[in-house]
Structure formats: C-alpha cells, structure tokens
Design a protein around this ligand. Structure first.
Ligand SMILES: Cc1cc2nc3c(=O)[nH]c(=O)nc-3n(C[C@H](O)[C@H](O)[C@H](O)COP(=O)(O)OP(=O)(O)OC[C@H]3O[C@@H](n4cnc5c(N)ncnc54)[C@H](O)[C@@H]3O)c2cc1C
Length: 452
C-alpha cells in the first residue's frame, strides 16, 4: 500500500493526518505520523495556561484519541533521505530506526530563535511548549511565595522581577497574561503590593506586534505601561549570566524569571538534516501547491507546510514580497491549519492522478489577549481593544481548537473560573516527584547514645 509519512503532528501535520483520514478510501494509503510527543499543542492557549486560566492538559490534543486510522510513532525524525525515500528516526526510548515511504510530509514546525548571548542558555526559558508554560507559571507563583517571606531589598526585588525578551504575539500575550495573573494573586499576599513587582519586556526593534498597525502597536505599549509593565524598545540583551540581565542601554535587571520569546526559526531537522531544497531562512522550499520544489524542479512525493516551509503567498501580502516575487506566508496558525487541510486534499488528488490546487489565503486579522478581560484585535483598518477584543480572542480560539471535546473542556474550565477564580496553583515538586518517597524510605538517622 502507498505509505504517507508525516513528520511532526503540530497544526499543519495534525490537520493533514485528520483530513487524510477523511479523504482517503479504505486501503488507498497507509498514514504514519511521527512526533516525539503524543499530542498536538494548541500554542495560542499557552499564555492563558501560564496565567492559570486554562488547564495544561486541555491545551494538548491527543493523537491516539482523535486520529483513529493513522499509525502513530512516538519518535524524533533525525534525517529525511528523499533520494532513497527513507526516513531515519529515534524512538522514544532512544532506539534508532528507519522507515521507507512513498510520500513524505514535512510539518516539523519551528523552534525558538536564540542568539549567542552570554548566560541566556542557562538563565532563560522559551515559551513554545506546555512544559515551558507550566514552568513559567509555577516559577512566578513560587517566587511570589518566597518573596512574601523575604524582607524588602535586592533579593526580594529579584524574585519579583519578570523579564520577557521579544515583543511578538507570543511574548506580548504571555507578558500581559502574567501581569494580569500577578495582579489577581497579590490579593492573597498582604505582604506584597503591585508596586513591589517589576515587569519588563525587551524588544530590539522600534515596535511590538509587527502584525498590527503602528497605531495599534503604540496603544498596546501604552496600555501595558498603564498597568505598570515596561516595554523597552530599541533595546537588546547583552548578557544574562545567572539572571543578571544587562541591557544594551546599560540598565541591569536582576531576575529569577527570564522568558525568551524573540521569534522562531525553522526546525533544524529541515534546515540541516534533509536532502531537500532549503531557502535562505532555513525553510524547505515549496511551490504554491505545497509540493517541495523550486520554480524549475518538483521533488516528487515530498510535501511541506506550516512554520518549517517557505510557502509562496499568492495574495501578494507575504513576507519579503516584491513587485516580481510573491513573498512567503507568515509563520502562524492561521496559515498552518489551512495549509495542513489543503495538503491532505492535494496528496489525495496527486495519488489519483489529479492536479494539486494552489494555496491562497487572505489574512483574517490578528487577535491577542493582554490579560483577563483585556485584548486587542485588528483586521485591516478595523481595531477593537479591551474587553470586546478579549471576548473575540476567547471565542475564536475555543472554537478553533481541534475537536469539540477540547472545546468543551476549555470552556468548562473558564466557567469554573468564573465562579471560583483562576486555578493558579504551583506544583513545583512535580519536577522531583520521587523526593517525598525517597525521604520517607531513607534509613532513619542513627540515634546517638545519651551522654551519662
Ligand atoms: C505562545 C504562542 C502563541 C501563539 N498564538 C498564535 C495565535 O494566536 N494565532 C496564530 O495564528 N498563531 C499563533 N502562534 C503560532 C502558531 O502556534 C504556529 O505558527 C503554529 O503552531 C505552526 O504550526 P506548525 O504545524 O508549523 O508547527 P507546530 O505546531 O509547532 O508543530 C510542529 C510539530 O513537529 C514536531 N516535531 C519537531 N521536531 C520533530 C522531529 N525531529 N521529528 C518529528 N516531529 C517533530 C513537534 O513536536 C510538533 O508537534 C502562537 C505561537 C506561540 C508559541
């Protein structure tokens, strides 16, 4: 049977598998999805997860529950040898393996973009996975707890300082949500006030949220400042050794929580471990119909979509568009979902000898949460801010998360929060789950004989 192997089950890969199950006839092809995780991560909910508004597991869409006809392989693909149509991978337990295919789909997404800044690799954390968002939430709550019993001074200031690097959508949303959670939690800490906390977002360029207009971007910045959160524009991090963040303007911020949200780059698997064509930004080159290739060559049987692919934006509004070149689609979920769905249709068309359709999608606009009850939306000249925008954000994402089962779980969580407030509890012992048992099972210390 024809074998289709999907590398990565995020937005694009999950939707491709889901729709292939729908479009393929019985025994027409076998679909295999390889991903180190057992679930798709709904990344737009990570800021709300970090703020205790959404339960961590509700952001994960289980492959085995929702992909009934796809073979799931828990592993990390290490090389795609398209010349021989063979994939090498490492299973979850580290065992190496290889797999032959007829069709490969590259949907391995992107990874956090980092720079060789001294100290960052040790002191900072990214914000792309559920584990990272849980860590950020737990660290912030844990720091509030420690600060409550620390006398005012540099040590307490360090515990109460939060630094984000990067003012794109992910950074601004998480920053706004954490600020909002801190405001809510401080009611439980009579020892602390809002003025004791310090929230800083560092942005290298002259504005935040590049997807919205200059005016909306400025509104967001001022709005955050009104809530006591500082956005530093035209500023870079020079070093962050042991949480001592030195900025390019000479300022120093001591912090226990440094979150790195300075953009994404294509997954290194795609950039360095395939024999497929790569563009200048390390993404796999695809044609408008999502087949891997360049204007003069099609790599038969290879397809790609989402953040790891340079998909031509035929609307002309793409990144790097010139009068002669269309530019490429922005790396976001809006495109990844639609590309994943079209991938499935096009693969089936190609299998049946048909002609694949070109990808074309006009941007619907951008919506971001800035904290509980607060948000911003922009579509062309239409801008909505505050509570209505936040409602739009919640309404859109609760319906967009794959499967009604997830929609219901997230919505039920919000309804519970409406009655009892957000569920912001830190479970830091989860990082060392055996410590209580080890302590209990340790031999009792020898009793010293009483001195006579
Ligand atoms: C905090 C945050 C908020 C966001 N909010 C929005 C928003 O509001 N709106 C919007 O449009 N976009 C948003 N985005 C962006 C959006 O989530 C991404 O653009 C989208 O997830 C890209 O989909 P993808 O399928 O290309 O990659 P991903 O969804 O990242 O999936 C990639 C998959 O590949 C797997 N993988 C990685 N390496 C390997 C390997 N070697 N072998 C096998 N599998 C592998 C990963 O485990 C993952 O499952 C947000 C992103 C973040 C981080």
């Amino acid at each position: 049977m024809h074998r289709i192997v999907i590398v990565g089950g995020g937005y694009a890969g999950f939707y491709a598998a889901w729709k292939l199950e729908k479009h393929l006839r019985r025994n027409e092809a076998e679909v295999i999805l390889i991903d180190p995780r057992s679930y798709m991560t709904y990344q737009p909910f990570l800021p709300e997860l970090a703020a205790g508004s959404v339960e961590a597991r509700h952001v994960a869409v289980s492959y085995r529950r929702h992909l009934k006809r796809t073979r799931i392989v828990a592993g990390r693909v290490t090389f795609v040898d398209h010349a021989h149509k063979r994939i090498t991978l490492e299973h979850a337990d580290g065992t190496p393996d290889s797999l032959a295919y007829d069709t490969v789909v590259l949907t391995a997404g992107a990874v956090t973009r980092t720079f060789p800044v001294p100290g960052v690799a040790r002191a900072a954390i990214g914000f792309k996975t559920i584990e990272e968002a849980v860590y950020v939430r737990d660290t912030l709550i844990g720091n509030l707890e420690k600060a409550a019993s620390t006398p005012p001074g540099p040590a307490r200031d360090r515990l109460l300082t939060v630094v984000f690097v990067g003012g794109g959508f992910a950074g601004i949303e998480a920053f706004g949500e954490l600020r909002s959670m801190t405001t809510a939690l401080l009611e439980r800490y009579p020892e602390l006030t809002m003025a004791d906390t310090h929230f800083h977002l560092i942005e290298a360029t002259g504005r935040v949220l590049p997807e919205v207009s200059e005016r909306t971007s400025t509104w967001v910045r001022h709005h955050l400042a009104e809530r006591g959160a500082f956005v530093h524009l035209h500023t870079q991090v020079d070093s962050a050794v042991d949480g001592r963040v030195v900025l390019s303007d000479g300022q120093v911020l001591e912090t226990e929580l440094l979150v790195w949200t300075a953009g994404v780059v294509a997954n290194p698997l795609v950039t360095r471990h395939t024999d497929l064509p790569i563009d200048a930004r390390g993404r796999v080159s695809v044609r408008p119909d999502l087949r891997v290739g360049t204007p003069d060559r099609i790599y038969d049987g290879a397809w790609a979509a989402g953040d790891d692919a340079a998909v031509p934006d035929l609307t002309g509004a793409g990144v790097g568009a010139t009068p002669t070149e269309p530019g490429t689609t922005v790396p976001n979920a809006q495109h990844a979902v639609r590309q994943g769905k079209l991938l499935a249709k096009n693969i089936v068309r190609a299998l049946r000898g048909g002609t694949p359709e070109n990808y074309r999608h006009h941007n619907l606009g951008s919506v971001a949460t800035l904290g509980l009850g607060d948000g911003v939306f922009q579509s062309g000249p239409i801008v909505v801010t505050g509570f209505p925008a936040w409602l739009m954000h919640r309404g859109y994402h609760v319906l967009a998360i794959p499967s009604w089962e997830r929609t219901w779980r997230v919505a039920a969580g919000w309804l519970s929060n409406l009655a009892w407030g957000r569920d912001a509890i830190e479970l830091h012992e989860i990082r060392a789950p055996r410590s209580a048992f080890e302590e209990a099972s340790a031999p009792p210390p020898r009793r010293l004989p009483m001195a006579s």
